[in-house]
Design a protein around this ligand. Sequence first.
Ligand SMILES: Cc1ncc(COP(=O)(O)O)c(C=O)c1O
Length: 445
Amino acid sequence: MTDLDERLSRFIDERKSKGRFRKLREYDTSANSSLIDFSSNDYLSLTSSPALRQAYLARLAESPQVLGSTGSRLLSGGTPAHHVLEDRFASFFNSPSALLFNSGWDANVSFFSTAPQHDDWVVYDELVHASVHSGLRSSRVKQERRLAFKHNDPSSLSDVLRAIQYPAGGTVFLALESLYSMDGDFAPLSQLLDVLDSHVPPSKQCVVLDEAHSTGVYGVSGRGIVRALGEEGRVAVRLMTFGKAVGCSGAVLLCSPTIRTFLINFARPLIFSTALPHSTLISLSCAFDLLESAEGERRRLALFTLSRYLDSLLAPLLAETPRSVLSLPPTSPTPFPQSTCPSLPPCPPSPILGLITPTPHALSAYLLERGFIVRPVVPPTVPPGMERVRICLRADMGTEVLDSFVEGIREWVKTSREQSERTVSSNQNTSMIQKRPRIEVKAKL
Ligand SMILES: Cc1ncc(COP(=O)(O)O)c(C=O)c1O
């Protein structure tokens, strides 16, 4: 073992001792597999859509370029095909301009590491994605100017904005997500924007909203929540990612032409990395054709129906289960904001559910034995005490799958309650046995 291996092993062992060790677990989730995946972000089941597969293969077959892009966007990797797709996204999402990135991670890191300057403030929901933090860590913004507010809490945002004693100059960046990936709840977007407006003049604001988990799912043809709420005017930057409901990979940042030009000049992940390959551009073009078709709408509605069905199965079970065994997150999840979007049901539900349990690994293993893939999520991904399993629904799951899934959870709850009752009673017995000799000793004395 080298010196380095030894040192790294110590870090790994420390992780293990804290129960935070991560390892790659690969399951067969192909069409032939009997496993049902409740951990995938493929909310609309597009990765297994026969229509999308057929359209994609046909387009690949006729396209002159299908493989790598051969370079960064600033060198040989920038092609008319990239630009055509950006123009399509700018108009589809109603944005002045659009810039493609290889991933949502790259887009967030690019923006947050370069756009905010040393005299700016960055205020963020405490649950924003790790990529925002990674970007900020390499930005010019000092730690004391990066401030978290309580998750989805307008009054906490107000407190934070008051505390920064604006106007102290600079711009106030506000980083939010539209649908949070761990609790599966929505941001009360318009309320948060109203709070910001009441503290900071529009010319000094920059709202950055991550729509990674809502792209493709909400709004007309999946245009996202900002578009559905008509809040494009108050949200300066939107991140739409393609690795989740869109079933592909990559991301687009929707922003002003100035921000776009700035990022092309300063964003290192964009400047120094090979641009998205043609195969991905083709897959994206086909996926957005599908999102805009009747099939896209059918899939979105199927997902909402399933989400409601799962809630109806879980509600009675959770009502009779002690919170120490299994529960929903402590604060009631923020529902979808009021919307006038014609194609949305009045209050569309979320496809993501976090079930809090102190023993997420045990629940995950139990469900896996029954054929359900459910991943445990532990700190530092979630705060200590908020360990959970994360459940994601997909449009092509049948209701019968949800019936047997919830039955599996019910059995686990029953088994864990029986186990903990046995432990309590055996502890009581042990303490009685331990007490007895002491009495004897006393008697002897
Ligand atoms: C909220 C959020 N933003 C950004 C990302 C990164 O997106 P990508 O997977 O495209 O890198 C993720 C990925 O999980 C995410 O959940």
